[in-house]
Design a protein around this ligand. Structure first.
Ligand SMILES: [Zn+2]
Length: 102
């Protein structure tokens, strides 16, 4: 409750919209487009920039996760040596070893 999705709106609409405006200004001047031609070009250009932005940032997040896993690997079970399912695990799902405090 109370989460306004403002950061999502900025991420999905404002940043690609600003990039689209800059690109449309450059393309419109470079090819001397009329205002109607710029208006017609705006929607497909915005969709292309939006998808490139979102998938590009998702790719960066994936690469960041890969690098983080290389630097800071998942801890392993003290009994069987298999990687644990999460960093705070207190039980091994491979061999059943349990080191809960209670
Ligand atoms: Zn184990």
């Amino acid at each position: 409750m109370g989460y306004s999705h403002l950061s999502t709106f900025i991420y999905i609409a404002v940043i690609p919209g600003a990039i689209t405006g800059l690109a449309l200004g450059y393309i419109g001047d470079r090819f001397e487009l009329t205002s109607l031609q710029r208006l017609i070009a705006a929607v497909p250009l915005w969709l292309a920039i939006l998808s490139g932005w979102v998938f590009g940032m998702a790719g960066l997040a994936y690469l960041f996760g890969v690098a983080l896993a290389l630097i800071y690997p998942m801890p392993r079970c003290a009994c069987c040596g298999q990687p644990l399912l999460c960093r705070h695990a207190e039980q091994c799902f491979h061999c059943g070893a349990d080191w809960h405090k209670t």
